[in-house]
Design a protein around this ligand. Structure first.
Ligand SMILES: Nc1ncnc2c1ncn2[C@@H]1O[C@H](COP(=O)(O)OP(=O)(O)OP(=O)(O)O)[C@@H](O)[C@H]1O
Ligand SMILES: [Mg+2]
Length: 239
């Protein structure tokens, strides 16, 4: 079997006495969209945070592109190309759209000219951000903020783009827009790991899917397999 881009082995995270993640295994294949779904409090966000080095692991390994990054700093992990999109509302509110995008490249050593070129590429992907270039991040709509958060993450030159509920709080039409942009980004060669509450949509675009319950992976398969699984249908797709 070819080496996966990301391999998570026996990952566990505790918050005090609460076992939030209880030894999970994940394989994120190169070029694939992988989704992690599950009920509230299942441990999805905690798993992503542990992969990005943002919460302490009780045990387990995270192997990115063949390198054990389990003990590396969040900054180093971003530099390696494992980049998590900040939550929509975490976009820096007093900075302009353009300044937010510039900041996305903070871990990289690139010239101003290169950075400008990449920002133009982001504007091609999100024409709306170009229109709002000089607006403060905080004045954007929820959908625009999510676009900015994704754009900012892309400025870090990810090889694996990680998203935690990109559709959260957005109107259905905007959700469609965000999913279609993610498909587009994937079409340009990006590997994506995405936590989603919108299980139906997520399974539709995902090549591989994991269902998490109470800190453990209960089911896994292709997006199609899981969308046809009776347990998934009953619990997440409304029967
Ligand atoms: N900072 C924290 N301190 C203590 N307990 C926490 C903390 N963050 C999460 N938890 C607990 O850890 C468990 C897993 O939470 P987590 O946020 O990872 O779940 P989730 O699957 O992302 O849920 P949701 O769908 O609501 O986002 C839950 O029991 C939650 O209450
Ligand atoms: Mg969460």
């Amino acid at each position: 079997m070819a080496e996966a881009l990301l391999e998570v082995k026996d990952l566990a995270v505790n918050y005090g006495h609460v076992a939030a993640v209880k030894g999970i295994d994940l394989r994120i294949e190169r070029g694939a969209i992988t989704t992690l779904v599950g009920a509230n409090g299942a441990g999805k966000s905690t798993s992503l945070l542990a992969i990005s080095g943002l919460v302490k692991k009780a045990r387990g390994q995270v192997i990115f592109d063949g390198v054990d990054i389990s003990r590396e700093s969040p900054h180093r992990i971003v530099q390696r190309g494992l980049v998590q999109v900040a939550e929509g509302r975490a976009t820096l509110t007093t900075l302009t759209v353009k300044e937010n995008l510039e900041l996305g490249a903070y871990t990289r050593k690139i010239s101003k000219a290169e950075r400008e070129k990449e920002i133009d590429a982001i504007y091609e992907l999100f024409p709306r951000l170009k229109e709002r270039e000089t607006s403060a991040g905080g004045s954007l709509s929820g959908g625009e903020q999510q676009m900015l958060a994704i754009g900012r993450a892309l400025m870090a030159a990810p090889r694996l783009l990680v998203l935690d509920e990109p559709s959260m709080g957005l109107a259905p039409i905007i959700v469609q827009n965000i999913f279609s942009i993610l498909r587009d980004i994937h079409g340009r060669g990006m590997t994506i790991l995405m936590v989603e509450q919108n299980v139906k949509q997520a399974l539709k675009i995902a090549h591989a899917a994991y269902v998490m319950e109470s800190g453990s992976i209960e089911l896994s398969g292709t997006g199609r397999e899981l969308s046809q699984d009776p347990r998934v249908k009953e619990i997440y797709l409304g029967g």
